[in-house]
Design a protein around this ligand. Structure first.
Ligand SMILES: Cc1cc2nc3c(=O)[nH]c(=O)nc-3n(C[C@H](O)[C@H](O)[C@H](O)COP(=O)(O)OP(=O)(O)OC[C@H]3O[C@@H](n4cnc5c(N)ncnc54)[C@H](O)[C@@H]3O)c2cc1C
Length: 253
């Protein structure tokens, strides 16, 4: 792990002349709600990694256990939320609800992803935001409280701001929640390299054309620069940085 077992400066002392950072944005965001650490609440990262990469869907043939909820709620409405919802359905759920605080129009997932989710009988519960989670005496999730929302004026993102409807609390019973509200930059490497300039969200500031960072000999690209984006953008950033690194190694910084 660069940043833990070796630092960027140690890589330079070992004889490397140029370093490209592509550590992604793999630090899941949570909602900071009461009860969010109950058993049965996963981040989408953990849920999908356990199920797919670590083959939890083949448990016990493979060692990774994964909770198979019957009444599943996915929080968020991006592509990763749709992946999580469809995964839960394929793991045998009776019902999977995607709970999202804005309307269908603002759902950030691609239209195809929404369409595919609906084809697999995923239910969209729109204009709804969770406020707390409930558990039983053993700390296992049993449900969540939600508030209905309505849309107000556009906020900084240009999308209409969801405003809570007073007194509209209601309960959704569920035994599994997947929190899929985005990921932040992983701070492990950047914390150990204080001379690389970051945005206020902890993403590395890379030159948009070359990927050069504020630290001589260091380039960065992909999600650690852009925030969670796409494979094709990350690949493009890698290629642009490779060209710029070649220039550096042959012509100088
Ligand atoms: C569930 C999910 C579904 C997605 N679906 C799509 C899709 O359909 N299409 C699409 O285009 N994009 C999709 N994306 C987004 C896409 O995966 C990312 O935009 C892309 O992978 C970013 O590439 P990257 O190289 O910047 O980072 P990553 O692919 O995240 O790779 C970062 C790598 O760095 C490693 N790492 C992290 N920290 C360190 C460290 N300190 N030292 C050493 N190694 C480290 C990580 O283990 C990881 O292997 C999806 C993302 C998720 C989470």
């Amino acid at each position: 792990m660069v940043g833990a077992s070796v630092t960027i400066d140690e890589l330079f002392s070992e004889g490397y002349d140029a370093v490209y950072i592509g550590v992604g944005a793999g630090l899941p965001r949570f909602m900071d709600l009461p009860g969010e650490n109950l058993i049965g609440i996963y981040s989408a990262n953990e849920y999908l990694t356990r199920t797919n990469l670590m083959k939890g869907y083949l448990f016990p043939e493979y060692d990774t256990p994964i909770a198979r909820g019957k009444n599943v709620v996915v929080l968020g409405a991006g592509n990763v939320a749709m992946d999580s919802a469809r995964t839960a359905m394929r793991l045998g759920a009776d019902s999977v609800k995607v709970v999202y605080r804005r309307s269908r129009e603002e759902m950030p997932a691609r239209a195809e992803e929404l369409h595919h989710a609906e084809e697999e009988k995923i239910e969209f519960v729109l204009l709804t935001n969770p406020t707390q989670f409930f558990g039983d005496a053993n700390g296992r999730l049993t449900g969540m409280e939600c508030l209905k929302m309505e849309l107000g004026e556009p906020d900084a993102s240009g999308r209409r701001r969801p405003v809570p409807v007073e007194g509209s609390e209601f309960r959704i019973d569920c035994d599994l929640v997947v929190v899929s509200v985005g990921s932040n930059a992983n701070p492990l490497l950047t914390n150990s390299t204080p001379d690389i300039a970051l945005t206020r969200w902890g993403n590395i500031i890379g030159d948009p054309v070359t990927g050069k960072t504020s630290k001589r000999g260091v380039w960065a690209g992909g999600d650690i620069v852009t925030g969670m984006a796409t494979v094709i953008l990350a690949m493009g950033a890698g290629r642009a940085a490779a060209n710029s690194m070649h220039d550096y190694l042959t012509l100088g910084w």
